[in-house]
Structures are given as structure tokens and as C-alpha cells.
Design a protein around this ligand. Structure first.
Ligand SMILES: [Ca+2]
Ligand SMILES: [Ca+2]
Length: 99
């Protein structure tokens, strides 16, 4: 009966739960869905960012909720993302640091 628990190293059937994303490089690599398309590479192979439905080009900013807005809308003190992530203090601080 315990086919999958008997071997000790038999992890082939590990499945990420419904609210997790499965990284392409490894079927045992699961990250929360909210980490997808957050512009941070969480999978070793970056597949959590590569597989985004929204094709934000390099000149766009991707809101935390997935929406793409023109980059110059970021940190212009108007909330363009419905979640306000384009005006996020951390995001805007990072920008000024880079510049
Ligand atoms: Ca990510
Ligand atoms: Ca804005």
C-alpha cells in the first residue's frame, strides 16, 4: 500500500499544491503562487518569472498583481497598480538607489 513512502528516497510523485507553482527545473521545487511574476527569480531556472502570462517588456513595470504599466508611471505618486505596488516605498527607494 505505501508504495510512495516505503523507499525512503522515492519522491518522484511529489506534487505541488494548488496554490503553489512548480518550477520547471525540478518537480519538487514549489513556490507560492504569489511569488510568480514578482520580478524576483525564485526558481533556480527562473521559470517562475519566465512563465508569466503578462508579457511585460523591459520598458514596462509589472505590478505585484500582474498588471503591466509603463515604467514612467512607477513612483509618479499616483497609484496605477490597483494594489499600489508601483508606489511601493521599497520599490521607489530601490529605483533612486539604482539611479
Ligand atoms: Ca518570482
Ligand atoms: Ca504610479
Amino acid at each position: 500500500m505505501s508504495k510512495y513512502y516505503g523507499g525512503g528516497i522515492d519522491y518522484e510523485v511529489h506534487v505541488c499544491s494548488a496554490d503553489e507553482f512548480t518550477c520547471k527545473n525540478s518537480t519538487t521545487d514549489c513556490i507560492p503562487l504569489s511569488w510568480m511574476c514578482d520580478l524576483n527569480q525564485d526558481c533556480f531556472d527562473g521559470s517562475d518569472e519566465a512563465g508569466c502570462k503578462n508579457n511585460c517588456t523591459d520598458d514596462k513595470f509589472r505590478c505585484k498583481n500582474g498588471r503591466c504599466i509603463p515604467k514612467h508611471w512607477k513612483c509618479d505618486q499616483e497609484r496605477d497598480c490597483s494594489d499600489g505596488s508601483d508606489e511601493d516605498v521599497d520599490v521607489c527607494q530601490k529605483i533612486t538607489m539604482i539611479i
